[in-house]
Ligand binder design. Structure first.
Ligand code: PLP
Length: 223
């Protein structure tokens, strides 16, 4: 059996004491019972990558859980999570920002989002380049969105064992984040780091890590 509470405690003991790093427990593919186990151990931030899965789990779990949408988000699915989602990490287009704004207005709330930046060398379909992100942030269209708040950036490093590649990607995202933070005072979160690389991410300035398998054990996609 996976020792969820023990894993959480171990990871938390590694987080720096001086700065605040938010630990998001990535519960995708894991049953509600295991989320409750983590909740009872004090965990409140949970991440899912599929809208249907998050929307199905949400009503079965305590209402003070903060739900993070970390996976690619299709425009036509925003409506299912708009009433409750805490932070959307994977925004990579104006079209998506406009839809989130529209659904936020319908639900009379402000939805916080991060822009997903493509920092990996490998081909990735998702995420903005630095240039595209700056262009978006500076656009009048984005400034007019009343109910969506861009509060930072998210990135995923190349899937590799080469620590130098991962570190250089994290470092470049942190640099970009710092530059933008001077211009956009609403910036607060740099979401980078997963089970295999969260220590390296924190060392390089991450203040939000998304950890799945190191808490809940390996995922079984075949079940
Ligand atoms: C699955 C996932 C994670 C967590 O992955 P682990 O390696 O299990 O920690 C983090 N971020 C995103 C975007 C994911 O899809």
């Amino acid at each position: 059996m996976t020792d969820i509470a023990g894993n959480l405690q171990k990871i938390k003991s590694e987080l720096p004491e001086t700065e605040t790093v938010t630990l998001i427990a990535v519960s995708k593919t894991k049953p509600v019972e295991q989320i409750i186990e983590a909740y009872q151990a004090g965990q409140r931030d949970f991440g899912e990558n599929k809208v249907q899965e998050m929307a199905a789990k949400y009503p079965q779990l305590p209402s003070d859980i903060r739900w993070h949408q970390i996976g690619h988000l299709q425009t036509n699915k925003v409506k299912y999570i708009a009433p409750f989602v805490h932070l959307i990490h994977s925004v990579d287009s104006l079209k998506l920002l406009k839809e989130i704004n529209k659904r936020a207005i319908q639900n009379q709330r402000v939805i916080q989002v991060l822009l997903q930046i493509n920092i990996a060398r490998e081909d990735s379909k998702f995420g903005l380049s630095f240039e595209q992100a700056e262009e978006l942030l500076n656009s009048d269209a984005v400034k007019q969105l009343s109910n969506v708040k861009i509060v930072g950036l998210m990135g995923m490093a190349t899937h590799t064992d080469n620590q130098e590649i991962i570190e250089s990607e994290f470092r470049s995202l942190k640099q970009f984040y710092d530059t933008l933070s001077r211009k956009f005072p609403g910036f607060r979160y740099l979401s980078m780091g997963m089970s295999g690389d969260y220590r390296l991410a924190i060392k390089n300035g991450s203040n939000m890590v998304r950890v799945g398998s190191a808490i809940f054990g390996a995922r079984n996609y075949l079940k």
